[in-house]
Design a protein around this ligand. Structure first.
Ligand code: 0O2
Length: 242
């Protein structure tokens, strides 16, 4: 219930009864506490609902990739997907991102983040990444919001992956909701590099000397693993065309 609906008649009747200002102040404090507690409860319920919607969206997208993998293996006798990982962003990471963007911790600002639900698809070869991404984006219930191709345009540190922000509908008891999901597609070699770089340096405040020493080495490793991806794809092409 709205605080005004509670407070105005109550405070009015207390004034009529000549209640002391201390009693009035106490009652108003109690009402405010009650109202903020119920608002907090309401926000928690909304957050729980939103997180459940993100989990449902991940289920939808994960299934789509399993279906594509299954179909491909029937036609080509090999699976383009090695591993699928899903994650819901941790509360600490959500809080850090909202603070970085000067947004309050509310359900509506949470909806402005695009990567609360994330799925990572680890592929065998580079061209499997584009094949899977295209197949997903051709599905008529998927909306592409944003695409970042860090394979064609690697980050300065050497990071490579294809990132898609998509919207997928989920069907609830009485409604259809479009939920955003971040899809990261990469090869085993890209995953190997990104996992180790994440452990060692990503978002860590290393000293300028250490950063300078390691960044060159890391970008060389990224270049080597990119070469490895190309060589493995070449070997596959020779075998496929033989
Ligand atoms: P985590 O811990 O993996 O969830 P922002 O999310 O605001 O930092 P932006 O532009 O929204 O930046 O995202 P971008 O560039 O598309 O990258 C988002 C995700 O890609 C990151 O999520 C990482 O998972 C991965 N990523 C991007 N750059 C790097 C990198 O240099 N090294 C590694 N190892 N991973 C990277 P989170 O939420 O930052 O981290």
């Amino acid at each position: 219930m709205d605080i005004k609906e509670l407070a105005i008649p109550l405070v009015g009747s207390m004034i009529q009864q000549n209640a002391s200002s201390a009693a009035l102040a106490k009652k108003i404090t109690e009402l405010l506490e009650e109202a903020s507690f119920s608002q907090m409860q309401e926000s928690i319920e909304k957050l729980k609902f939103l997180m459940s919607c993100y989990r449902c969206a991940l289920l939808e997208i994960e299934t789509k990739f399993h279906v594509l993998n299954e179909q491909f293996s029937l036609r080509h006798e090999r699976n383009p997907i090695e591993i699928i990982k899903t994650r819901i962003k941790s509360p600490e990471s959500i809080q850090e991102k909202l603070e970085r963007r000067s947004l309050p911790l509310t359900p509506s600002s949470l909806e402005q983040l695009h990567d609360i639900a994330g799925i990572r698809v680890i592929c065998s070869f580079i061209d499997d990444i584009y094949l899977l991404a295209n197949c997903l984006l051709l599905q008529d219930d998927i909306r592409l919001i944003e695409q970042k191709d860090y394979i064609k345009n690697p980050k300065d540190n050497g990071y490579r992956s294809l990132h898609l922000i998509i919207e997928v509908p989920i069907f609830l008891q009485n409604e259809k909701r479009f939920m955003k999901v971040e899809v990261q597609l990469r090869t085993i070699a890209m995953e190997f590099w990104a996992n180790l770089e994440h452990k060692l340096c990503y978002k860590k405040s290393l000293s300028p000397e250490i950063s300078q020493l390691t960044s060159e080495e890391l970008s060389q490793c990224a270049e080597m693993s990119a070469q490895l991806d190309l060589k493995m794809q070449h070997v596959r092409d020779i075998i496929q065309n033989s």
